[in-house]
Ligand binder design. Sequence first.
Ligand code: ACO
Length: 345
Amino acid sequence: MTPARAAITAVHGYVPPDLLTNSELAQMVDTSDTWITERTGIKQRHILKGEGLGTSHMAAEAVRGLLQKTETDPGEIDLLICATTTPDMQFPSTANLICDMVGVRNIGSFDVQAACSGFLYGLTIAAQFIANGTCRKVVVVGADKMSSIVDYTDRATCVLFGDAAGAVLLEPSGEGIMDALIRSDGSGMIHLHQKAGGSRMPATAESVAKRLHYVHQEGAAVYKFAIARMAEVAAEIMSRNNLRVDMIDWLVPHQANKRIIASTAERMGLPMSRVMVTIHKYGNTTNATIPLCLWDYEAILKRGDRLILAAFGGGFTWAGAYVQWGYDGATAPKLNGKGKNGKGA
Ligand code: ACO
């Protein structure tokens, strides 16, 4: 028997209502709208405000929408995976909390930590559960409250990140996730990490005073690796599936920097008209960028469209997937008209 493929049969997203614009950031640190726009492509990002609200809040909103638009009863879900770098707590897992919030009980749920590549790691794991017949409906949600680990006195990082969640439903099908690969290189840790708050350096008054609980990034080094690895992973997955560039309908890249996205597309020989871009309105939402792209472009995706998904993140980690889209987005149910502009504008 040929193992089933996992098709993405629905996508939904959530962005919190509060906006943080480039002009507002220019009043907080020594930066400007021009610098941020030219160097990153970001114009604004959404920030989750409200006491006691963590990543699970946004993820649960995205998953609730996913269940509602597909008329799926929570009891039908077999597995929920949450990809996040900003879990609500060290334990229990954010996936456990999301399940409780959306009314899912007695299923497997766990978090995946692979920084910005986490959503593709989660998708790859989920596809195995479908292929081996263990599960029929799996939710993968990528969610991050990056504002909780960003230092708003550090202009080199605070302009980059935003908060959001995006979720997909996976079900068995003849098409879907045709191939996926995940990669890592731990020697990249020095360039991008969070120093304190883990077991190596637990939180102390001193670590907080020294601002060690925030993202530490050497931007230029990360930039160089991101361009090389994103293009490499796309090329590898195309080559081993005998895909020429003219056969690709969409590149769905992790949204860290518009210049990284453009360089990846250029190295692949793909015009920007076939590249999903949402960074201008959401910034880098870490694990949410790829599902948010799919959500934004859902209305113009057609059944059978060939997509290459590619991500790069802290660790270093990187990942790629070749997906044949599972349904006509134009006929997909719409909730409040959100995220359905059809071109990511
Ligand atoms: N406003 C104005 N000037 C700034 C700002 C800012 N917000 N930030 C940095 N600068 C300055 C620097 O101080 C530096 O000034 P100097 O030349 O006087 O020293 C100058 O701009 C150039 O700094 P660079 O860091 O070299 O700027 P670069 O062009 O590389 O852009 C950026 C920085 C946007 C961070 C880029 O390096 C980048 O996108 N890196 C990759 C990010 C990424 O992909 N992360 C991976 C995913 S994140 C995750 O996994 C959690």
